[in-house]
Write a protein that binds this ligand. Structure first.
Ligand code: LFR
Length: 480
């Protein structure tokens, strides 16, 4: 049988990778061609992505990948680069954790009230949504000079092929898309003075996005033509596509720097109750909606590890497992944890301010973080089922957090549901599978998930004990 190879470029907040997926009628194998760090840089004007280093990593990765049938790119959402009339990049893309959006939401809501904004776009409030970033940039000369705005995966695709486009799943994170029409929200943009003509035409996951330019072929040593395929270019959309679920009664948690916890639905939930619960309606493949909540995720732990000088994680997790459960919990959905820096202190302060024991060692802080994350996972899974009227009987955990067995077990305990953990490289697998599907190798969404369930190693965690202590902890957190 025929085996095809696809290069999946998957860029995360702390590292990028180029993976090669080999897909056959009943086989799916993934291997890493190249991994490189993604180091945001703080310059006097703020926190920026080193986009040239990322592009260099992509080129090196394609060289290492060798002959492939197509290339696809996914990355984190919301951020973008601006091009001038000559097609030159205007400055380094601003990092979504940059402070420029502080206080901007209030200005936006003065023109379009928050409730109206939710009804029109279905996006949860997050200070970094592209809409707030563009409002923050409103009077800058850079934006005035810009002719094109390209989201990060679209920018890299453009550099590889010369073809501009705006991939839909990622476009849905800008807060400028209507999740019912799956087209731009023209009214919102007009009322906020955002020029939608900056965006290139929408592309659907699976659409062709050009071929590698001759210069790129030369630099990577590849022989053309090598097509580039638009995938679900928001990493979370790719990861959700790769949830190995059978049936429809499942919740998912995409873990990594963030935890994105929720459901896959056929239609958005735009109720006021849903807005108050801060659930988002991002778009997925095949007309689906990713109904989910953003939770701070392992960012909390990553930032602590950085502050502690990168100690051995395995040892730390073993010690954390011995710390009594649920002594102190913080709200892992709180935007107060968004900015980098001083994370152990900020967690200690949050515990102190809420009258709980202050973690006194890295192991105790780690346990506090993992308990808090599991609790936030529980709340999101529970709230989503209720708000969407969509009950589930299993929670799929995918992404980097699947390596953290303690987090998976605590999540099962907190939810009172079995957790199926895996695949770890869900975003890259989703990226590969959308390419394979565009080339006719896999069928519908159920086929795609069936292939994952048959071929990928998965670990099952059964819930231990009752959820009573978690319910109590949740009530305690809600009181404060
Ligand atoms: C995860 C992710 C989230 C998005 C955040 C910021 O990598 O893409 O889905 O909310 O990064 O872009």
């Amino acid at each position: 049988a025929e085996i095809k190879s696809y290069a999946a470029v998957d860029l995360g907040a702390s590292s990028g990778r180029v993976m090669v997926g080999r897909v056959g009628p009943d086989s799916l194998e993934l291997s890493e061609a190249h991994r490189f760090p993604n180091r945001p840089v703080r310059v006097p004007e703020g926190l920026r992505w080193d986009i040239l280093a990322l592009y260099a990593g992509v080129l090196e990765g394609l060289r290492a990948a060798g002959k492939v049938d197509s290339v696809g790119i996914d990355s984190w959402a919301v951020d973008y680069g601006l091009l001038d009339a000559d097609g030159a990049l205007l400055g380094n893309p601003v990092h979504y954790r940059d402070a420029r959006t502080e206080g901007v939401a209030e200005k936006v809501w003065a023109s379009v009230p928050a409730a109206e904004l939710y009804a029109a776009t279905g996006l949860q409030y997050a200070p970094f949504n592209t809409l707030y970033q563009l409002t923050a940039a409103r009077l800058t000369r850079q934006l005035a000079q810009a002719e094109r705005l390209l989201l990060i995966p679209d920018l890299l695709t453009h550099w590889l092929t010369g073809e501009p486009g705006t991939e839909l799943t990622n476009a849905s994170t800008t807060q400028l898309v209507d999740p019912r029409t799956r087209d731009w929200s023209y009214d919102v943009a007009a009322r906020l003075g955002i020029d939608l003509s900056l965006f290139a035409p929408l592309r659907q996951p699976g659409d062709p996005a050009g071929v590698l330019r001759p210069e790129v072929l030369e630099e990577t040593g590849l022989t053309g033509p090598v097509p580039v395929t638009a995938v679900a270019s928001h990493d979370t959309a790719s990861a959700v596509a790769a949830v190995p679920a059978v049936g429809e009664r499942f919740a998912y948690i995409c873990t990594g720097t963030w935890s994105l916890a929720g459901l896959e639905l056929d239609a958005p939930v735009l109720t006021e109750e849903s807005r108050a619960a801060n659930f988002t309606n991002e778009l997925g493949i095949d007309g689906t909606v990713r109904y989910l909540r953003n939770i701070m995720g392992l960012w909390l732990l990553q930032e602590c590890l950085r502050a502690w000088g990168e100690p051995d994680l395995g040892g730390l997790l073993r010690d954390a497992a011995e710390v009594p459960a649920l002594r102190s919990v913080v709200d892992a959905g709180d935007a107060a944890f968004l900015a980098p820096g001083r994370m152990p202190e900020r967690i200690a302060e949050a515990c102190r301010a809420s009258g709980q024991p202050v973690p006194a060692s890295p192991a105790e802080t780690t346990r506090c973080i993992l308990d808090s994350l599991a609790l936030a996972h529980r709340r999101a899974v529970e709230d989503a089922q209720h708000l969407a009227d969509h009950p589930v009987d299993v929670v799929h955990v995918v992404g980097g957090g699947t390596r953290n067995a303690l987090l998976c077990q605590l999540t099962a305990d907190a939810c009172g549901l079995p957790v199926v953990a895996g695949p770890t490289e869900a975003a890259a697998l989703g990226n590969v599978l959308i390419q394979a599907r565009a080339h006719g190798l896999v069928g519908d969404r159920a086929d795609l998930r069936g292939l994952l369930a048959r071929t990928q190693p998965l670990t099952r965690y059964e819930p231990r004990g009752t959820t009573a202590p978690w319910r109590t902890a949740q009530a305690r957190l809600a009181e404060r």
